[in-house]
Structures are given as structure tokens and as C-alpha cells.
Design a protein around this ligand. Structure first.
Ligand code: EPU
Length: 338
């Protein structure tokens, strides 16, 4: 089924960004297929364009004077189903959590720990979304994309996607050059529960053990208990990334704060919890005007209503400065600021 392309001019972005800030875009086009993209780029690449997917990881601080492209294709198809592994193709406009629900419904393992992450499947590889000991890169095998420079479709194997903690080639070399149209994932029929993170095991046991449905339910419950629902309170999930520091830096801090959460990174460095640092710097629940640090998860900044992007940024800078003053650690933003 081909959905008609919808095109808007001078459109309010308020309902298209999870922070709920009021800005406008000069032009926004909803696309479905590669042909749609070829048509859109037939007269050359516009001077300013970008993909606006679910708008869950973005903060607009001004009106956007270019072209926004939003994927609306929503097919999930099975490519191979052989023995224990199942290869699926998921179009960019599929809601990520609809995909997780689909996989759990089909008794396929691999996505359950990523339940309830807001956003669309096409955005998942960009920042390699992750939670509760899993990340999108664990299952992504290929990414399909439209290359705006050549107006052709390309497919990139996962090995070339440069996946890391909240990292990929799509944030760097391919940024502003390609539009992701679909992702191929490999899921498993063989149970492989990942329960090691935080309260996951306890919540799963409380539901009767490590079935896919129980894990999904447990993850959803943990997220609902900590993370604000963007439909109720504007936010973009973690506003900051967890900092990864050299081992001696972590050791020095641990000598002073033995209870500080810390996780070894694959490269020998140590990942710290920005939420803990912000919390211990006394900023959790702190509010100035319409912006605040969420009361239950200090990594999340919230819009209590009517905040502008500029106000959120100014507030975020204060949080970063406070953490720097208190712990000597610089924390970066995870959210894209425009
Ligand atoms: N902590 C505090 N106070 C807080 C928040 C956290 O002390 O206000 C402590 C927790 O007690 C825990 C540690 O910090 O010991 C880590 O907290 P949590 O498990 O909540 O995870 P996180 O590191 O704060 C990351 C992701 C989340 C993801 C969770 C669960 C990033 C930037 N964030 O948060 O992702 O859901 O792990 O895996 O990596 C997102 O990216 O939008 C997001 C929500």
C-alpha cells in the first residue's frame, strides 16, 4: 500500500518533537518509498534538509528554515526464517515499540530489553539506542538508505556502521548525506534472557521468570517508574550521555565516592552515570521556570509547559557546569540541538 506523500509548509513542530517546544519548519514532507525520495530530490539537494523521525531526541531552539523529511512507511517483513534465527526487514517509519511488541508476540528474542523506547525504527541505528544491557547494534545486520548525492539506494552492513555507545557512522561521515529507509535485524528463537542490569532480574522473577512477555513487562514497568511519558511531560529521554572517562579518573572519584555507579567500557575506560552525578550535585528535581531536572531520573530534562528550546539549553548549561564544578567531569548532551 502506498501512502500519499503529504507535504506541509510553515508547519508547527510542536506535536512533532517530544520536548513539545513550539517552533516551525519552512517545509516538511512525509515520505514512504525510495521513489518518493527520488522525486523530492529530483531538482537537486536543497540547501538545508534533515530527517525528522519521531522527534524524540531533538531540541529545536529556533524555526527550521529548510526541509524536514519524515518516514511514514510501516512494514515489518520476514526475510529468512531458518532454524533458530529469523531475519526481518523493518521500514523506517515503524514505531520502535510496535516492533518490539511484534517480536515478543512472535516469540523472537533480541529486542525485549529495548521495550518502550520512544521513536521510530529508522532512527534506532543513528544513535544506536540502548537500555538495560542491550543496544540496537546487537540485532541490526544491515541498514538500507537513500544517498542524496547520487539519488541511489545503498545498503550498509553492520560492520561498517561504526556502532558504539550512542554512536554510529550516521552521526559522523554519513550525517546529512543519507536517509535511512529500513533496517534488517536478526532475531533468535533461542531464549537468551539478559537480566544483569539493575533491577531487571528481580522484576522478571516477580512476574514468574524469564519469558519474553515477562521481560518486556518488567522493562516497561521499570521505565514507567523512572522516565516521564513525553505525552504528559515534554522531554527527550536522557538529555545527557553517560561520560566515559580514563580509568585513573574513575579511581580517584571512587576513592571519594565508593558508592558511585561505574561500568567498565570495552576499551578499558570507565563509564560513569551522569544521572548519579547530577543527582549527587543536588540538581535532581531542580526547576527554573518551565524547565527542570526530572524528579525520578536526573538524566532527563523536562518541559513543564511552554518552555522554549533556548530556555532548555540555558538550563542544561547550568547542570553541566554544576557537575563540572562538583566532580571535575564534563557531561555532553545526547539530544541533538538545532
Ligand atoms: N542514578 C542516580 N540518580 C538518578 C539517576 C540515576 O543515582 O537520578 C544512578 C542509578 O541509581 C544507577 C545509575 O545512576 O545506579 C544508572 O542509572 P539508570 O540505570 O537509570 O541508567 P542511566 O545510566 O541513568 C541509561 C540510558 C537510558 C536507559 C538506562 C537503562 C544513557 C544516556 N541513558 O541511563 O537511556 O534507559 O540506562 O539502561 O545511556 C535514553 O537514552 O534516552 C535513555 C533513557
Amino acid at each position: 500500500m502506498h501512502i500519499m506523500i503529504r507535504e506541509f509548509h510553515h508547519i508547527s513542530l510542536r506535536d512533532r518533537n517530544s520536548f513539545g517546544v513550539e517552533q516551525q519548519a519552512a517545509r516538511l514532507v512525509e515520505f514512504e518509498t525510495a521513489d518518493d525520495l527520488r522525486d523530492i530530490f529530483a531538482h537537486g539537494v536543497p540547501p538545508r534538509w534533515m530527517v525528522l523521525s519521531g522527534g524524540n531526541n531533538i531540541l529545536f531552539t529556533q524555526d527550521y528554515d529548510g526541509l524536514l523529511l519524515t518516514p511514514v512507511s510501516r512494514q515489518i517483513s520476514i526475510l529468512h526464517d531458518e532454524g533458530s534465527t529469523v531475519r526481518i526487514r523493518v521500514e523506517a517509519g515503524v514505531e520502535w515499540d510496535d516492533l518490539v511488541a511484534w517480536a515478543v508476540g512472535h516469540e523472537l528474542w533480541g529486542l525485549e530489553n529495548l521495550s518502550l523506547i520512544p521513536g521510530k525504527a529508522g532512527a534506532a541505528p543513528v544513535q544506536n539506542i540502548g537500555a538495560y544491557g542491550a543496544e540496537a547494534a546487537d540485532t541490526i545486520r544491515r541498514v538500507e538508505m537513500f544517498c542524496t548525492e547520487t539519488s541511489t539506494m545503498l545498503t550498509l552492513d553492520a560492520a561498517h556502521c561504526g556502532f558504539g555507545y550512542r554512536e554510529s557512522v550516521f552521526k559522523h561521515a554519513l550525517k546529512g548525506r543519507v536517509i535511512i529507509t529500513a533496517v534488517e535485524l536478526e532475531l533468535s528463537r533461542t531464549p537468551r534472557p539478559r537480566l544483569a542490569y539493575g533491577d531487571v532480574e528481580r522484576e522478571v522473577e516477580a512476574r514468574g521468570g524469564a519469558s519474553l512477555a515477562n521481560i518486556r513487562e518488567a522493562i516497561c514497568a521499570i521505565r514507567r517508574s523512572k522516565l516521564p511519558d513525553p505525552a504528559v511531560l515534554g522531554n527527550a529521554g536522557s538529555f545527557f550521555k553517560n561520560p566515559v572517562v580514563e580509568a585513573p579518573v574513575a579511581e580517584a572519584l571512587l576513592a571519594r565516592y565508593p558508592e558511585m555507579p561505574h561500568y567498565p567500557a570495552p576499551d578499558g575506560r570507565v563509564k560513569l552515570a551522569a544521572g548519579w552525578l547530577i543527582d549527587r550535585a543536588g540538581m535532581k528535581g531542580h526547576r527554573e521556570g518551565a524547565v527542570g531536572v526530572h524528579e525520578r531520573q536526573a538524566l532527563v530534562l523536562v518541559n513543564y509547559g511552554g518552555a522554549t528550546g533556548g530556555e532548555v539549553i540555558a538550563f542544561a548549561r547550568k547542570v553541566q557546569q554544576r557537575v563540572l564544578d562538583r566532580f571535575g567531569i564534563a557531561i555532553d548532551t545526547e539530544v541533538n540541538i538545532l
